[in-house]
Design a protein around this ligand. Structure first.
Ligand code: ATP
Ligand code: MG
Length: 365
């Protein structure tokens, strides 16, 4: 197995403010997470340069990140965008697919194979890539602290991730799958790979609230109308809370940076429809443009869509789903009208939107 060593470009250092400015073009809100990630990533890659500097006596530790928060609010998206900006490979490993070695499923090393694949087996690039450990909350042990009845599989997966996260030279089968005695292995050094553990961590807020003695119903994000509802308990997550949740201390120790995304409220959802580069609106516009149609959507329609998406409770993911339903008839009729009558401009108004949405909702009932 040949690897493309020697071809990769040196890492270009980007300042935290530059990383954040790039994220701002795509991701609405989430300032806390953006800042924390930008600093962590900057320091991570500075560490790489520092290592090569002659005469440096201080060893800088790696700072893997825990990224918490509700589904569809930008966790994976932000990390992917950072990797894109820095031009480093990124691989998303679903932690629920990892099993403790010896069982059916994938080994922890599979994430390194994924990373290698993501950069066409360029070993140098892979060795400074980013691995997102998605659904990271699913590898918590179920009964934290109860040693007799606890479910050990999650704990075993955490154990097996320790060395990778800290930095080790790991032999991986080039094409993934089980290690085989006859198969030559590729050796990959994980010292400079940044690991980001992400997950919804449902229930963590209650743990934090219990520790700080607060009432989640009052300050948690579930009650959107309460004063100060934008203060989430996730602002104050400490390592001991993660431990209580079921992460083992050795694991937490290797992920010193903890940050979170906020749930997206109606206003944020509305902005996501139109503001980001590659926004949903601009995507539909582009599709219509290919049929020679200048397409627009009335501002009021976005209120409808945001309401409906908020009701779905899947964060920004709901927007896409609602828009697809809303646009079905328009996307069906418009190309024909353009071909037959040379229609060249089209605006989706609130009435029409409400009608198609109503139709869909009635069907769903
Ligand atoms: N804050 C945001 N600004 C702009 N777009 C967003 C934002 N949050 C989410 N999105 C959009 O929603 C999609 C899904 O978000 P993402 O994959 O980051 O969810 P997640 O937080 O990782 O959720 P999960 O816990 O389910 O994995 C993204 O691809 C992006 O298009
Ligand atoms: Mg995700």
């Amino acid at each position: 197995m040949n690897t493309n060593t020697g071809k990769s470009k040196p890492v270009k250092l980007h300042r935290p403010d530059q990383i954040k400015a790039y994220l701002d073009k795509y991701v609405i809100g989430q300032d806390e997470a953006k800042k924390t990630l930008a600093v962590a990533v900057y320091n991570h890659y500075k560490r790489l340069i520092h290592k090569d500097e002659a005469g440096s006596k201080v060893k800088i530790d790696k700072s893997n990140v825990v990224l918490l928060g509700s589904t569809g609010c930008g966790k994976t998206y932000m990390v992917k965008k950072i990797a894109e900006y820095l031009d480093v490979p990124c691989y998303i490993q679903d932690c629920t697919k990892i099993t403790a070695s010896g069982y059916v499923g994938s080994d922890v090393e599979d994430c390194l194979v994924g990373l290698l694949r993501a950069c066409n087996y360029d070993m140098e690039s892979a060795e400074r890539g980013i691995v997102i450990l998605d659904e990271g909350d699913k590898i918590a042990r179920k009964e934290a602290g109860v040693s007799i009845t606890r479910d050990v599989s999650g704990e075993c997966v955490q154990q097996s991730l320790l060395k990778l996260a800290e930095g080790d030279i790991v032999g991986v089968p080039p094409f993934g799958g089980r290690k085989h005695p006859e198969q030559p292995l590729l050796y990959i050094d994980t010292t400079n790979i940044l690991f980001i553990l992400s997950g919804a961590f449902v229930g963590l807020e209650d743990i934090v609230a219990k520790r700080i003695g607060a009432d989640t119903r009052r300050i948690g994000f579930r009650d959107a109308d309460a004063p100060g509802s934008n203060i989430s308990c996730l602002d104050d997550v400490r390592p001991e809370d993660l431990r209580e949740f079921g992460m083992i201390p050795e694991f937490i120790g290797r992920f010193p940076v903890i940050t979170h995304v906020d749930p997206l409220d109606r206003e944020a959802l509305k902005r996501i429809l139109t503001e980001p580069k590659d926004s949903i609106l601009s995507q539909y516009r582009e599709l219509m443009r290919m049929d020679g149609i200048e397409f627009d959507i009335d501002g009021e329609v976005f209120d409808l869509v945001a309401d409906e998406a908020e009701r779905l409770g899947t964060g920004a993911r709901g927007l896409r789903a609602v828009m697809e339903k809303l646009m079905r008839d328009v996307m069906f009729d418009a190309p024909r009208d353009a071909a037959l009558h040379g229609a060249s401009a089209l605006t989706l108004h609130r009435d029409a939107a409400q009608k198609s949405l109503g139709k869909v909702l009635r069907k769903a009932e």
